[in-house]
Write a protein that binds this ligand. Structure first.
Ligand SMILES: Cc1ncc(COP(=O)(O)O)c(C=O)c1O
Length: 402
């Protein structure tokens, strides 16, 4: 009998966490490291949100709460869905968890049986396939089209659906590419799903508020109201409100699914932090104007990074619609040898040599299911991003034919 669970053997540790940790360790050893690996805004949590948390502590709101969220937060989330997405949910249709990650985890644990398939467009957020595997489901990867900004086509979605398909996980704007689906592009996908009533949609809208150049964010239940009864609309305060450490995510969906998710949460974390929930009430009901200001700052950074990377020999970088990531191709660097003598045959080797030789930490594309690419998180100051681009350029200029 083995001590560790057999399911665990199929699960990989998060590569984005590993890269960030390695960068931290190198920094601690005195190396000059620029870390563009982590998916979190460099901005601070707004003061009004911090003040709401402090007030909650002082008011003694420090006890266990209802398992899937205090009524005040559920009301605030219903209002948010109505205001921003045109979706009507009642508090009984809302689940609040310890980060968006736990929302996705609960939903998959509550619904997957061995043999169930979950369609995941690639490149994907690293946790999707591993959470599916933890739930003993089977990830079915559908590759996005490079020339369509890494988005999947309706034909590819149709071809991936089988009688075993339980969910499509949909993420727009995307981590790791920043790609955002327009209303028409999304409608083409929801039209496919309309023909397959057994397939549910888990829409991960975590980057909703980070969309540029007038890109209009839309979510599946809004684009195709007939899918409302089989859609879980997932969101959270982590990225938009710079609250990654507070750990609050939420979802709206059919009551029976929300009840099943509550059961899982009640037997795992009991409830999300009471204090963070009060902070999230303030995030969703307080002033929203800073979202636009921060979005504009991210847009400038995106432009800076895309231009900088496209100036590096061997790298080509598309301009994404949103999030704070770009996903440049290093196909033209394959087969080369770095100044430090590393043969570059994979994106992982490219990223390792870049970290060792120039001290820039980025995450290799293989981790996200599409190679050879790497992900840059540009949630950093313009000065740091400029320096990072200079270093990446120097690294690329040093690559010689192998
Ligand atoms: C696409 C996507 N979904 C969900 C999450 C999880 O968010 P949270 O920090 O709220 O758990 C992340 C975080 O990186 C993400 O990129």
């Amino acid at each position: 009998m083995t001590f560790l669970s057999e399911t665990l053997a199929a699960v990989k540790p998060s590569p984005t966490v590993a890269v960030t940790q390695l960068a931290r360790e190198l920094k601690a050893k005195g190396r000059d490291i620029i870390s563009l690996g982590a998916g979190e805004p460099d901005f601070d949590t707004p003061d009004n949100i911090k003040a709401a948390a402090i007030a909650a502590i002082n008011a003694g709101k420090t006890k266990y709460t209802a398992p899937d969220g205090i009524p005040e937060l559920k009301e605030a989330i219903c209002a948010k869905f109505h205001r921003e997405n045109g979706l009507t949910y009642t508090p009984a249709q809302i689940s609040v968890s310890t980060g968006g990650k736990q929302v996705l985890y609960n939903a998959l644990m509550a619904t997957l049986n061995p043999g169930d398939e979950v369609i995941i467009p690639a490149p994907f957020w690293v946790s999707y396939p591993d959470i599916v595997r933890l739930g003993q489901g089977t990830p079915v990867i559908v590759e996005g089209e490079r020339q369509l900004g890494f988005k999947i086509t309706p034909e590819a979605l149709e071809a991936a659906i089988t009688p075993q398909t339980k969910w499509l996980i949909f993420n727009s704007p995307s981590n790791p590419t920043g790609a955002g689906y327009t209303r028409d592009e999304l409608k083409a996908l929801t039209d496919v799903l309309m023909r397959h009533p057994h397939v549910w949609i888990m829409s991960d809208d975590m980057y909703e508020h980070l969309a540029y150049d007038g890109f209009q964010f839309v979510t599946p239940a809004q684009v195709e109201p007939e899918l409302y009864d089989r859609t879980l609309t997932v969101n959270g305060v982590s990225k938009a409100y710079a609250m990654t450490g507070w750990r609050i995510g939420y979802a709206g969906g059919p009551e029976h699914l929300i009840a099943a998710m509550r059961k899982i949460q009640g037997q795992s974390t009991t409830n999300p932090s009471s204090i963070s929930q009060w902070a999230a009430v303030e995030a969703l009901t307080g002033p929203q104007d800073f979202l636009g200001t921060r979005c504009e700052a991210f847009r400038k950074r995106r432009d800076l990074v895309v231009e900088g990377l496209n100036g590096c020999p061997g790298i080509t970088c598309a301009v994404p619609e949103g999030a704070f990531y770009v996903y440049p191709s290093v196909a033209d660097c394959m087969g080369k040898v770095s100044k430090g003598g590393t043969s570059i045959t994979t994106d992982e080797e490219f990223c390792t040599a870049l970290l060792e030789e120039e001290g820039v930490a980025v995450v290799f594309g293989t981790a996200f299911g599409l190679s050879p690419y790497f992900r840059v998180s540009y949630a950093e100051s313009e000065a740091v991003l400029k320096e990072a681009c200079l270093r990446i350029k120097r690294f690329c200029e040093g690559l010689k034919d192998g």
